[in-house]
Design a protein. Structure first.
Length: 426
C-alpha cells in the first residue's frame, strides 16, 4: 500500500520532534543553571597601587542563561557590575576592579554625568545571578570587602565650544572652534577624550592643543578644532552636533559632559583660474596706457569661498596696490592678483572674484560678506595703468594668480599664463 506523501512528511516531523525532546531530556544537565561561583580575593583595595587592586571572578553554568553580577551593601542598596548578559554554558572568568555603574552619593556636586564609580570602603554581599529563558533564577553569594579605594572622581566642569556656530571652510570667519574643559583630577594622559558626535552617531575625535597643562593633568584643557580641513580632510557635514568630553581615571571611574555645536557652510575650499587662461589686452603698451586682463575663476570645491574688493573692473595705477586702495589682506579671503618681473611685492594688484551683484551675500557675525558658491564660475576683469619703464626689464613678464590669503597659493594658481609685455615710450 502506498502512503500519502503529506502523511509521510507529518509522521517524519512528529518523530523528529519526539527524538529531539527525548535527547534534550537525556542530555540536559541536571541541577540549577548556575553550578558554582567564587571570587579569588575576599578583599580588594582599588587604588592603582598594584596591590590587591583586582579580584578574579569565576563562575560555571550548566546551561545558557542571562547572568547578572551585582553588590549589596548593608542597607540593601544595589550596585551593578553586569546586568542580564547572555552567556553560554561552561566556565567563565572575568576581572573586577571595584568599578560598577555610576551611582549617586549624598553631597555629590557633579556637573558631568557619572558613568562608572568605584565601590566605597565597606563590606558588600556579592551576588551572581543566572536567569533561564523560563524565568527560573539561581543565585550564589559571598562577601567582598573594599578598603583604601581611590574614591576621588575625575570631575569635568565648564565644557564650552566657541563659537557655537562653526563654519570650517578656511574663509577666515569662525573657521576654528575652541573647546575648553576643566579636569578635576590627574588621570592617565590618554584618558581625557573630546569627540564631536553627529546625529547618526558619527564620531570625530578632537586632538588637544598644546598648553601649559600637560595631557591628563588637573586643570583647564584646550582643544583647537578645524574640522580636519588643515590636513586636507573634508570637515563634518553641516548640522547640529554634540561635543562630548569623557574622563577616566586610573582605576576606571568615568565621567562625561556634553555641549552643543552647530556646523554650517562646511567644506574644502577649492578654486582655480579656469583652463589656466588669461586674456591680456596687448603685448605692447604705451607708457601711460592700461594693460587689461580677463579671466575666469571656478569654485570646484565643496565650500563657498569668500572674497572682497577691490571689485572686478577696478583700474590701478602702476604705483598703487590693493593696500593703498584700502583693501588690506584678510585671512581666508580669495582674490585674483596680477604680478610682474619688476614688482617689489607679490601680486600687488588684486581684485575680488566678481562684484556684489554677481556674488552671494552671507551675513556672519552681523557683517555681510560675499562668496563665490560651489560649482560657480566668475569672470573677473581689471587693468593697470603702466607709468614706469625699467629699461633693464623691458620687456617683462606679467602673470595672474589666485590667492587664498594667509593660507597660500597652490601651484596651479601661481604664475598663470605669463605674458611678455613691452612698455613703449611715446
Amino acid at each position: 500500500m502506498r502512503l500519502n506523501p503529506a502523511l509521510t512528511i507529518t509522521i517524519a516531523v512528529v518523530a523528529a520532534a519526539v527524538l529531539l525532546g527525548a535527547a534534550w531530556v537525556i542530555l540536559k544537565p541536571a541541577g540549577p543553571a548556575l553550578a558554582s561561583a567564587e571570587f579569588s580575593l575576599s578583599a580588594i583595595s582599588p587604588n592603582a597601587d598594584g596591590l590587591d587592586d583586582i579580584t578574579r571572578i569565576t563562575y560555571r553554568l550548566r546551561r545558557p542563561t542571562s547572568v547578572s553580577i551585582y553588590f549589596l551593601d548593608s542597607g540593601g542598596a544595589r550596585y551593578n557590575f553586569r546586568a542580564d548578559n547572555p552567556r553560554d554554558s561552561g566556565e567563565h572568568t572575568l576581572l573586577f576592579s571595584g568599578i560598577v555603574d555610576g551611582y549617586p552619593l549624598a553631597g555629590d556636586d557633579n556637573e558631568a554625568a557619572l558613568l562608572k564609580r568605584v565601590l566605597q570602603n565597606r563590606s558588600y554581599t556579592w551576588v551572581i545571578e543566572a536567569t533561564e529563558s523560563n524565568g527560573e533564577t539561581t543565585r550564589l553569594t559571598g562577601t567582598l570587602t573594599v578598603t583604601d579605594s581611590d574614591t576621588a572622581l575625575p570631575h569635568l566642569r565648564n565644557l564650552t565650544a566657541s563659537p557655537a556656530l562653526f563654519t570650517p571652510n578656511q574663509d577666515g570667519i569662525n573657521d576654528r572652534a575652541t573647546i575648553n574643559v576643566w579636569l578635576g583630577k590627574d588621570i592617565p594622559e590618554d584618558n581625557l577624550r573630546v569627540t564631536l558626535i553627529g546625529r547618526g552617531g558619527e564620531q570625530y575625535p578632537i586632538a588637544e592643543a598644546g598648553t601649559d597643562v600637560l595631557p591628563g593633568r588637573e586643570g583647564l584643557h584646550t582643544y583647537d578644532y578645524d574640522g580636519g580641513i588643515d590636513n586636507g580632510v573634508n570637515p563634518p557635514p553641516d548640522g547640529d552636533y554634540i561635543v562630548r568630553a569623557e574622563a577616566e581615571d586610573a582605576i576606571g571611574q568615568k565621567m562625561q559632559i556634553e555641549t552643543a555645536l552647530k556646523i554650517q557652510n562646511s567644506g574644502l575650499p577649492r578654486a582655480e583660474i579656469y583652463l589656466g587662461e588669461v586674456e591680456w589686452s596687448s603685448a605692447t603698451v604705451v607708457i601711460g596706457q592700461t594693460l587689461e586682463f580677463t579671466l575666469t575663476v571656478e569654485n570646484y570645491g565643496t565650500a563657498p569661498i569668500r572674497t572682497f574688493g577691490p571689485w572686478s573692473g577696478t583700474m590701478y595705477d602702476q604705483e598703487q596696490n590693493s593696500n593703498t586702495l584700502g583693501f588690506y589682506e584678510e585671512d581666508g579671503a580669495w582674490r585674483v592678483g596680477v604680478d610682474c618681473d619688476s614688482c617689489i611685492r607679490d601680486y600687488p594688484w588684486r581684485w575680488a572674484l566678481g562684484t556684489p551683484e554677481t556674488l552671494t551675500p552671507i551675513v556672519e557675525n552681523g557683517e555681510t560678506h560675499y562668496y563665490l558658491m560651489p560649482n560657480q564660475r566668475a569672470v573677473i576683469t581689471g587693468s593697470v595703468t603702466l607709468t614706469q619703464v625699467i629699461d633693464a626689464r623691458n620687456p617683462q613678464y606679467f602673470w595672474a594668480g589666485l590667492i587664498h590669503e594667509a593660507v597660500g597659493i597652490t601651484n596651479i594658481n601661481n604664475r598663470v599664463d605669463p605674458k611678455q609685455i613691452t612698455i613703449e615710450k611715446p
